[in-house]
Design a protein around this ligand. Structure first.
Ligand SMILES: Nc1ncnc2c1ncn2[C@@H]1O[C@H](COP(=O)(O)OP(=O)(O)OP(=O)(O)O)[C@@H](O)[C@H]1O
Length: 254
């Protein structure tokens, strides 16, 4: 289980996280939802130790992250939202880097890489630079890198963005299988139908604050016959069609 306690992050004057408490159970698919700038990437980057929170603590199975950063990081596969680093490298060089960082034995890496390349239809692309890939292919290369070490915890920041329907389907199936095996998948998305279909648990953020942390089932049960999209839009404050029309009319009157 991952526990986030009183997490705050300020970037200068901007309070990106205003004291977030949440729990992420093991063996589930956990989704982060929230409008642009709500703080999803900031929490995710805190979980993978890319940024230092201003305040608050993070525990992985009871162990505080700052006390055992290296070991905890090794149990995580991370897909960033903007995979712009390492663009000059070929895919193979990028995976070499990941394999070295995670100390993956050569034979294990070879087998896993071949499986992932075949799954994502990337076989033969190993010598191409990440820069030369389309956005979706680059995303696939980053996902392959994140899964190369077969990590227990997957943390994926908008992983489906830019993937073609087949690759998106395959990644979603992998995410389900990983959770079925008792492992944890954490991801952020703006695609509410995907969240509804995939997630067991959710956190919904609004302007740096947590407005929901719990199961998708409970959330759907709280509003009869409404989709997650409708519930989410109501919770995040904007907009029913009527309200939007009213607002536009007011703007025209001004
Ligand atoms: N490096 C940074 N420097 C300054 N401000 C930042 C930085 N990173 C994020 N922010 C700000 O922190 C807030 C939260 O950003 P964050 O990237 O966590 O949101 P998000 O929910 O992931 O958004 P999106 O859906 O657009 O990816 C925003 O106001 C953003 O402008």
């Amino acid at each position: 289980m991952i526990e986030v306690v009183g997490l705050k992050k300020n970037y200068g004057e901007t309070q990106a996280l205003k004291g977030v408490d949440l729990t992420i159970p093991n063996g589930k698919i956990f989704g982060f939802l929230g409008h642009n700038g709500a703080g999803k990437s900031t929490i995710i980057k805190s979980l993978v130790s890319i940024i230092e929170p201003t305040e608050g603590k993070i525990y992985f199975d009871g162990e505080e992250l700052i006390n055992n950063r290296l070991d905890i990081k090794k149990s995580i596969g991370y897909v960033p939202d903007t995979p712009d680093m390492f663009l000059q490298l070929t895919a193979e060089e990028y995976w070499d880097l990941v394999a070295a960082a995670y100390e993956i034995p050569k034979d294990v890496r070879q087998q896993r890489q071949e499986e992932l390349l075949a799954l994502f239809e990337m076989t033969g692309k190993e010598s191409d630079t990440l820069e030369g890939f389309s956005h979706g292919m680059r995303q696939k290369a980053i996902v392959i890198g994140a899964l190369l070490s077969d990590p227990d915890i997957w943390i994926l920041d908008e992983p489906l963005q830019g993937l073609d329907p087949q690759a998106a389907f395959d990644l979603k199936e992998l995410m389900k299988k990983h959770a079925e095996n008792g492992k944890t998948v954490i991801f952020s998305t703006h695609i509410l139908s995907t969240a509804e279909q995939l997630c067991d648990e959710l956190a919904i953020l609004k302007k740096g604050e947590l407005i929901y942390n719990g199961s998708v089932k409970d959330l759907l049960a709280s509003a009869e016959n409404e989709s997650l999209e409708k519930i989410y839009l109501k919770m995040t404050g904007k907009h029913s069609n009527g309200e939007l029309i009213e607002e536009l009319e007011e703007m025209e009157d001004e």
